[in-house]
Ligand binder design. Structure first.
Ligand code: NI
Ligand code: MN
Length: 227
């Protein structure tokens, strides 16, 4: 079954197969490039890569309004519980959470994770399986050699790779990451949102991997491996 992949801008996505819908890192308020407003979004689940404000974003309001389950690091779930959320699925790198649509696995990421000075646990990447799609969201990270192992274990169809430099990889290192992961399609993320990030995806040109640049608000229908 096809899965609609909607890019929310920055590192945010909606994955939807028509039955279930999952939000990843929904940072809309304060993101001038975003085309969606928090009130527009319907979801059953929200999954977070780490605790920085440009990733937690509008999670509390959206999860509350949708009665959605939040999947995130143990410490982030502790924080969100204090904010009034009750449907929480905490995890950590190496672990996998079963969902109505499939599963979400936590990988490691080389970054930091805090919210207004509070420790938010390990930063993570997330691998999502929804119908015919395996989607690897690298989170915010530097390059690491185990991306090859993550690619071998989960065989992702699509990978979202941060390329904005300064806090993550730049386009050149991101291309190397895409070559290690070896998905069918790589989507560059975490650029252009702020003046201090790279303003375009120039140089993101991995060998053997198709690149798909999505504009904030754009939806791409992933039709499955046989298409
Ligand atoms: Ni971050
Ligand atoms: Mn970030």
């Amino acid at each position: 079954m096809a899965v609609d992949i909607t890019f929310l801008g920055h590192a945010g996505f909606v994955l939807s197969d028509g039955n279930s819908s999952l939000l990843l890192d929904p940072f809309l308020t304060g993101n001038e490039l975003a085309r969606h407003r928090p009130d527009d979004l319907r979801c059953d689940y929200v999954a977070l890569t780490h605790g920085h404000p440009d990733h937690i974003g509008d999670t509390v309001a959206i999860a509350q309004r949708n009665d959605a389950t939040v999947i995130a690091a143990f410490e982030i779930c502790g924080f969100l519980g204090e904010q009034g959320l009750q449907k929480l699925e905490p995890g950590n790198p190496g672990g996998q959470i079963q969902t109505d649509f499939g599963w979400v696995a936590f990988t490691h990421a080389f970054h930091s994770s805090s919210y207004e000075g509070r420790y938010m646990g390990m930063p993570t990447g997330l691998v999502v399986q929804m119908n015919d799609l395996v989607f690897y969201h690298c989170g915010d990270t530097g390059l690491f050699g185990d991306m090859k192992l993550i690619g071998e274990i989960y065989t992702p169809d699509v990978a979202a790779i941060p390329i904005g430099d300064r806090f993550t990889m730049d386009a050149g290192l991101g291309a190397k990451a895409a070559e290690l992961i070896a998905p069918r399609v790589a989507i560059p993320v975490h650029y252009k949102t702020f003046p201090i990030l790279a303003q375009d995806a120039r140089g993101f040109d991995p060998k053997g991997v198709e690149v798909k640049e999505l504009e904030p608000g754009e939806t791409w229908r992933y039709a499955g491996r046989v298409s």
